[in-house]
Write a protein that binds this ligand. Structure first.
Ligand code: SF4
Ligand code: SF4
Length: 291
């Protein structure tokens, strides 16, 4: 009736209205976790493709330095009308605290795009940044994070995020100079794998800081100190001898697959050889005792 106040929607109504969005994210998160737990390369590739299609092209929703600023100033979307976003942001934060930068390794649509580029570009085209240089230049992203947040705090001009993050590209709306910059970045990513994520991304830097809290970390053998197989295989410059550099690791699975590989990892090869020698020694006297 005229003059009557309209009642706010109930939680049940809100959840029902956003259920499609929530279910899609739950399905995507399940794919992320199943691939991660099984260390399955095909599921991981499927997750990266899903990330580009779903989070990138369909939703154009990525965790951004603007969200980091929003978190620090407690200026966040209204909960009732953004349930899907809260589920996404909470999953990102909780998974980072549990395992590290799982978000960067398989959820972020831009990171997924550059990882998919890596899958199709011949390995010989790639330039591997020497580790001693990478250890220094990967601090650039922390500088960009500090500078961007300082700028946001000083001016409140969050639209400037476009100059430090290419994520807007999934919306298809950008100025010519920005498109040229993204084009250059993507071409450079062909030759230096995951260039933006490793060196420049302020969101990756923030998640890197949070991932120092990670509860479940990658296991290493004592042999890792001298064997450098994983260190060389890690395309993220996140291994230093036996040590995983927590803030740089995106839980890509490569070193964990090597860790468990009985044919490639020296830890297993040494154990198998020792067991073989022991077995031969225990057989030898019996053989001699036969007349
Ligand atoms: S480092 Fe940045 S661009 Fe790369 S995957 Fe992480 S959030 Fe995305
Ligand atoms: S190879 Fe290992 S240390 Fe390097 S990013 Fe992948 S999971 Fe992390």
């Amino acid at each position: 009736m005229w003059g009557e106040e309209e009642l706010p929607p109930t939680w049940a109504e809100l959840i029902r209205a956003q259920s499609g969005d929530l279910l899609l994210f739950v399905a995507f998160a399940a794919l992320v976790l199943i691939g991660f737990r099984r260390k399955s390369i095909p599921i991981k590739i499927a997750t990266l493709v899903a990330s580009v299609l779903y989070l990138g092209l369909y939703k154009s929703e990525l965790i951004s330095v603007v969200n980091v600023f929003g978190l620090l100033t407690w200026n966040l979307p209204i909960l009732q009308y953004s349930l899907g976003w809260y589920l996404f942001a909470t999953f990102t934060l909780v998974s980072t605290v549990l395992w590290g930068r799982l978000y960067c390794g398989r959820m972020c649509a831009f990171g997924a795009l550059t990882q998919l580029i890596d899958q199709v570009v011949p390995r010989r085209w790639r330039y591997q940044i020497p580790l001693r240089i990478e250890r220094r230049v990967n601090y650039i992203k922390y500088g960009i994070l500090a500078a961007t947040l300082s700028y946001f705090f000083a001016t409140k001009d969050i639209a400037a995020f476009r100059y430090v993050e290419p994520f807007w590209m999934f919306t298809g709306r950008g100025t010519t100079p920005l498109w040229i910059a993204v084009g250059v970045l993507l071409v450079a990513s062909v030759f230096v794998s995951n260039l933006y994520c490793r060196l420049l991304c302020p969101t990756g830097a923030f998640l890197g800081i949070v991932s120092n809290l990670a509860v479940f970390r990658i296991k290493r053998w004592s042999e890792c100190k001298t064997c450098r197989i994983c260190e060389k295989a890690c395309e993220w410059g996140a291994i230093d001898g036996a040590r995983i550099i927590q803030s740089e690791c995106v839980r890509c699975d490569v070193c964990e697959q090597l860790y468990a590989n009985e044919k490639k990892c020296p830890h297993h090869i040494i154990l198998i050889r020792k067991a073989d020698i022991m077995a031969r020694r225990s057989v030898a006297p019996t053989a001699q005792a036969v007349p």
